[in-house]
Every structure is written in C-alpha cells, then in structure tokens.
Design a protein around this ligand. Structure first.
Ligand code: 13P
Length: 241
C-alpha cells in the first residue's frame, strides 16, 4: 500500500476564472476527517499560477500534464521542470494514453520525462494501460509489464506514482471491474523494487463507483478525468467511503 492520492486530470479544460471558481466550491465540500488523503489537481499550464496563489500551501496540491526533459531550449510548445517548479507544482502526469495516441509519446520519451520530473523535485505520475484490442488479444499483462519496465529505466522509485488506466475505460463510462483493476495493479506492483509506490486506477472513476474501487487492497488512489471537472462530484470522490 502506498500513500492515498486522489488526482483530477482536467486535460484541456478550464480557464483561470473557471479554475478559481472550482477551488472555492471544492474547498467548501471537503471533509476534514480525510486529511490523510492527498488531493491533486492536474490543471492546464495556464491555470497553474493563479491556482497556486489561491491554494498557498493548503491540502490541495497542483499537478501539470506534461514536462520536457531539457531545462530550456528550442522545443516549441513544451514546458520545463524549472518553469513548473516556479509555479508551485508538485506532480506531473507523464505518458498519458492521450499523449501516446495523439502526440507520439513513447515509453522512451515518457521515461525521459519521469527522470526530468524527479530531477526537479516533482513527483511523476506515470500512466500505463492497454487498448481494447490488446486486451481482447490476451496481451494485457505483456503490454503493462513492458510499459512499466521501459518507463522506469534508471528511475528512483521512492518518488513515483503510477496510474493504471486501461484505454478502453477512459472517457467511455465503461469502468474496469474493480477486482480486475486490483489484479493488474498487483501485477504492476510485483514489477517494482519499492512496494510502497502509490498506484492509482484511472478510467471512468465517478462518485458512484469510487467506493468500490478504493476498497480494493492494491489500489492506492484514483486519476479522475471527466468527473474531476465538477467540484461537488470531485469532492464526493475525494471523500470516498
Ligand atoms: P475519465 O475519468 O474521463 O475516464 O479519464 C480518465 C483519465 O484519462 C485520467 O487521466
């Protein structure tokens, strides 16, 4: 078991004004008893600055959705760890399936980004997950083990989060069975040298299924997409029973 971390991945959603409005409502809906749970909001780069000022060291942590492996240079459209650190960011999502699918991210570039995040004192959230056709072909285990191995070459496992996000369960409402997510996450853990790494489940997590997911022994948290955009619903997810 790792530390419990419930993270929202806003993807390409929310302006600065919308992000601040979200924070107001979220804060008023959090239960104090749940302080042991880390709450992370992975917002667009443009919202991170104002969110950081509004949070100033409270319970909620900030995450970014990408990081380049160089500190600076001619890499149009990329962002560096130096820039994220300055904004008060603590986490960064790396190797999300949408980055792999639409922007050519590979296990090798994800690995470079994970290492860069750690070098800057950020905690990378490395995403892995199989597609529907890989699952149907019985390749889930091989795909996941390969993604974990290649993503973690030369990586310090003491500052790491992994998110298991089966691609077929992302944005589809088709959640992976909690026991199946637990099984694959157990498999991921068996590949790690540090067993206390936080491993999250992601893919159509919502208020109505979070309790069952979080009741699983191997699952240490959730990476929530669509359902993290509504502050009341996301508070319910954070306040899972
Ligand atoms: P959904 O929760 O919208 O399925 O997205 C999951 C995800 O991709 C989080 O990174």
């Amino acid at each position: 078991m790792g530390k419990i971390i419930i993270a929202g991945n806003w993807k390409m959603h929310k302006t600065q004004a919308e992000a601040l409005e979200f924070l107001q409502v979220l804060k008023s809906n959090l239960e104090e008893a749940n302080e042991a749970r880390e709450i992370v909001l992975c917002a667009p780069f443009t919202a991170l600055g104002v969110m950081s000022k509004s949070l100033h060291g409270g319970l909620i942590r900030l995450g970014a959705q990408n990081i380049h492996w160089e500190e600076k240079g001619a890499y149009t459209g990329e962002i560096s760890g130096l820039m994220l650190k300055e904004l008060g960011v603590d986490y960064v999502v790396v190797g999300h399936s949408e980055r792999r699918q639409y922007f050519g991210e590979t296990d090798e570039t994800a690995n470079l980004r994970v290492i860069a995040a750690q070098r800057h004192g950020l905690t990378p959230i490395l995403c892995v997950g199989e597609s529907k056709s890989q699952r149907d072909a019985g390749e889930t285990e091989t795909v996941i083990i390969n993604q974990v191995k290649r993503g973690l070459v030369d990586v310090d496992q003491s500052n790491l989060v992994i998110a298991y996000e089966p691609i077929w369960a992302i944005g589809t409402g088709d959640t992976c069975e909690a026991t199946e997510a637990n099984r694959v996450i157990g498999l991921i853990r068996s590949q790690l040298s540090k067993k206390e790494v936080t491993i999250q489940y992601g893919g159509s997590v919502k208020p109505s299924n979070v309790d069952e997911i979080m009741a699983q022994p191997e699952i240490d948290g959730a990476l929530v997409g669509g359902a993290s955009l509504d502050p009341v619903g996301f508070a319910r997810i954070v306040n899972y029973q």
